[in-house]
Design a binder for this molecule. Structure first.
Ligand code: NAP
Length: 283
């Protein structure tokens, strides 16, 4: 079997088109969906990420206001800035680009964002809302993964989903979302004794670790669906995921490529969350 590709670029394009339409409808009612992006310091990767976020926003009619602060900014000053954005009714979403400089407590900064504007979905209130099944903002990467499963009409109910990785921004929320769809969920991590023994039982595998070739064909049940969240550089410096793509695609039924899989979906889901924040504020 050669797996079919779940094309993240194509799906993200559809999502952006939908966001554009809904944004136009809000604008017609006098509401300009607006995202505030706060960048502290000059981390090169962060510079690239925020540039993409600004471009994605403007392409879909959202406004993204990028504010840059020097790495020397004090934590109290940053918190004061976030409080001001919380109070600003023209701002619907607030994103603080991580990582922050070492002298700052990232979690404290994230907790300062109003949950109503937490479009990254990293606030503890957002995590709690996901846990208990209440409306909130879902983190973009696992939310994008779920949308990819929906795009192929995959019925999760009763299936065994294995999530590899338990970070607060990918693995744990992914597991909650899959559980919310009535999958049976296993979460694996660095202390998991025999990863392959667990993944071989899986109907769906989400790999979110950050290690090239972590998941190989012998670890995948024939016909499983494989979502590759990992972002690594191979020996040639090319972007690759956690999955041995060439091997696993011969066993799986569906697979996401890297690049062109989960990455573009993560970017698209930020737009969705920002738009939803604006729509909620308009109700
Ligand atoms: P993270 O916070 O470093 O978490 C990695 C997880 O992998 C941890 O839970 C760790 O276990 C687990 N792990 C490490 N080695 C393992 C092993 N040998 N077997 C099983 N589990 C193992 O990373 P993250 O932020 O979740 O990101 C994970 C990957 O996804 C990275 O490559 C990142 O760049 C990528 N990513 C991609 C996107 C996208 O849009 N495509 C978005 C976010 C992240 P412990 O908890 O026991 O340490």
């Amino acid at each position: 079997m050669t797996a079919q590709l779940i094309d993240g670029n194509a799906l993200a394009r559809q999502i952006r088109a939908d966001v554009s339409g809904r944004t136009a409808a809000l604008k017609a009612r006098g509401i300009q969906p607006t995202l505030a992006i706060v960048l502290v310091g000059d981390d090169p990767a962060s510079q690239v990420y925020v540039k993409h976020k600004v471009n994605d926003s403007s392409e879909t009619g959202l406004v993204a206001n990028l504010e840059r602060h020097p790495a020397s900014l004090g934590e109290a000053e940053l918190l004061a800035r976030i409080h001001a954005l919380n109070e600003d009714p023209s701002v619907h979403g607030i994103l603080v680009q991580l990582p922050l400089p070492r002298h700052m407590d990232s979690q404290k900064v994230i907790e300062a964002i109003s949950p109503a504007k937490d479009v990254d979905g990293f606030h503890v209130a957002s995590a709690g809302a996901l846990m208990v099944g209440r409306p909130g903002f879902w983190p973009c990467t696992p939310h994008g993964c779920l949308r990819m499963l929906d795009s192929i009409g995959y019925e999760l109910r009763g299936k065994h989903a294995v999530v590899i990785g338990r970070s607060n921004i990918v693995g744990k929320p992914m597991a909650m979302m899959l559980l919310g769809r009535s999958a049976t969920v296993s979460i694996c991590h660095s202390a998991t004794a025999d990863l392959g023994a667990i993944t071989r039982q899986a109907d769906v595998i989400v790999a979110a670790v950050g290690k090239q070739n972590l998941l190989t064909a012998d670890m995948v049940k024939p016909g499983a669906v494989v979502l590759d969240v990992g972002m690594n550089r191979n020996a040639e410096g090319k972007l690759c995921g956690d999955v041995d793509f060439e091997g696993v695609r011969e066993v799986a039924s569906w697979i996401t490529p890297v690049p062109g899989g989960v990455g573009p979906m993560t970017r698209a889901m930020l737009l969705v969350n920002t738009l939803e924040a604006a729509e909620r504020s308009a109700k």
